[in-house]
Design a protein around this ligand. Structure first.
Ligand code: ZN
Length: 153
């Protein structure tokens, strides 16, 4: 069976982010650092965020894992850099709902340009076992924003 146009686009964008990750490395002075492990696949991820005046002024990740987990981290960093914490939090909810909501139409509507390349990961819905891979970076973001709230950074 031939791959659909969307499948091909999805594969090439995922591989591009995996092979040439954006924002990979470390920040000089992160405000917050979160490390997460996905036991179902073995992916490890460390996310660093710098916050200035309620905005994400820097972001970087380091990790090892499958193409989906690493590509997703790269896509997310690209999308959240420069955003207010509020907007980053709303994107986090949007991404998570896109992958987990039962209604396919709602999922399609959530896969919009706000998510940038990350919207292509809607394709992961067909592979429930990989949802944790795609969500690892976004879960790290969720934990980071939670810490910011608690510690009033
Ligand atoms: Zn994985």
């Amino acid at each position: 069976m031939a791959l659909s146009k969307l499948d091909r686009l999805y594969k090439s964008v995922v591989m591009d982010h995996y092979e040439t990750p954006r924002y990979k490395g470390h920040l000089g002075q992160p405000s917050i650092r979160v490390e997460l492990y996905n036991p179902s696949c073995g992916d490890v991820l460390a996310l660093e965020i710098a916050i200035t005046d309620g905005k994400i002024s820097g972001v970087a990740f380091e990790g090892e894992g499958c193409a989906i987990s690493m590509a997703s981290a790269s896509m997310m960093c690209q999308q959240i850099n420069g955003l207010t914490l509020k907007k980053a939090s709303s994107l986090q909810s949007q991404f998570s709902r896109m992958l987990t909501v039962e209604d396919e139409k709602e999922a399609q509507a959530l896969a919009n340009e706000d998510l940038g390349d990350a919207a292509l990961l809607i394709g992961i819905r067909k592979f429930p076992a990989r949802v944790k891979c795609a969500s690892l970076a976004w879960q790290a973001l969720y934990n980071a924003l939670d810490k910011v709230e608690l510690e009033k950074i």
